[in-house]
Design a protein around this ligand. Structure first.
Ligand code: ASP
Length: 328
């Protein structure tokens, strides 16, 4: 009898311990989740966060609300996100800039991409497209490169600030073609494209998802896509190799992160919702139609992203040192 009582107690306490450990995830989420987008609305990071977040919200039974916190090439929003309560109610959409290039460019960066986050998972890959205002006087990449070289700083290149993907991609592009434009920082490439549509800006190196529909409707020109193969979303835009600039190959990545210390089971729920979004027909179609590249298989795990960020920070450190770009 006493043995049986002991066993019951034993079982009950084991159950209570397990329940306590799981309490956060079992109830989670009980209210809407905020995803910090570290750029202005309408740019690629914002577009991806909204598409993926909408479906994740359905799985989680709570809405995912986008908060745009722009500034300093995305590092302002990510700094804010890294300091948020690690309870699963504030997460952020980082990318190749904020979690790759930023540490090499900002001496006083207030977060470490490899240490201060719980990776949730990769959301979408986004090839870089060279775009220019509709009436830019060059019919192809060859003429475009020659024009840039001849016109120097009379031309304006728009980007999303030091360390952003548009900034680093255009550093590479400008070096390759010998262009020395005036580089104009914006809070995101949403406003960059708006100014290009208004003919106030000459060109940019942007991620495909925020330019493909404007290129398709002829409102802006695209000279090349920086990938090995053409994108089904922009079948008439030549690859950089076809356009005569084979060294220019850049594709960005975008991924969700939670602040460090967010409980493992909460992160697992968020990863599960992300994976479901990436498998959902409607969500896939929206991403693919814009030219997004959907992560598959092991690339969808949080562990994969954790390792990937380590290699990206290292890779960008080398690229930026080699390019002699001055740190802020
Ligand atoms: N993510 C973009 C960049 O780094 C900017 C944006 O999303 O608006 O250039």
């Amino acid at each position: 009898m006493s043995n049986r009582v002991f066993n019951w107690f034993g079982l009950i306490s084991v159950a209570l311990v397990l329940a306590a450990g799981n309490a956060q995830a079992q109830g989670y989420p009980t209210h809407p989740i905020t995803v910090i987008v570290p750029f202005a609305a309408g740019g690629p990071t914002d577009v991806i966060a909204r598409i993926v977040g909408e479906n994740m919200g359905k799985t989680l039974g709570q809405q995912i609300i986008v908060e745009n916190v722009a500034g300093a090439g995305g590092t302002t929003g990510i700094t804010k996100g890294s300091q948020a309560q690690p309870d699963g109610y504030t997460i952020m959409m980082g990318h190749m800039g904020t979690h790759g290039a930023a540490p090499a460019l900002y001496k006083n960066l207030k977060y470490k991409p490899t240490e201060d986050f719980e990776p949730i998972g990769l959301a979408a890959g986004t090839p870089i497209v060279i775009v220019a205002r509709k009436d830019f006087p060059a019919k192809d990449m060859k003429e475009f490169a020659a024009y840039l070289k001849a016109n120097g700083d009379k031309l304006n290149e728009g980007n999303a600030g030091v360390g952003s993907v548009s900034f680093t991609s255009c550093i590479m592009f400008n070096v390759l073609v010998g262009a020395k434009p005036t580089r104009v920082p914006y809070t995101g490439t949403g406003p960059v494209i708006n100014d290009m549509l208004a003919n106030k800006l000459d060109y940019a190196c942007d991620q495909i998802v925020s330019v493909s529909s404007q290129v398709q409707s002829g409102n802006i020109k695209a000279y090349a896509i920086a990938t090995e193969t053409r994108s089904p979303a922009l079948p008439n835009v030549p690859t950089s190799t076809e356009a005569g600039l084979p060294e220019f190959k850049v594709s960005a990545w975008n991924a969700l992160f939670a602040p460090k210390g967010t409980p493992k089971d909460v992160v697992a729920k968020l990863n599960d919702a992300l994976v479901k979004a990436l498998s959902d027909e409607g969500t896939r179609k929206r991403l693919l139609d814009l030219g997004g590249v959907i992560p598959e298989g092991k690339e969808r795990s949080a562990e994969w992203l954790r390792d990937f960020v380590v290699t990206e920070v290292d890779r960008w450190d080398k690229i930026i040192r080699a390019g002699g770009v001055v740190a802020e």
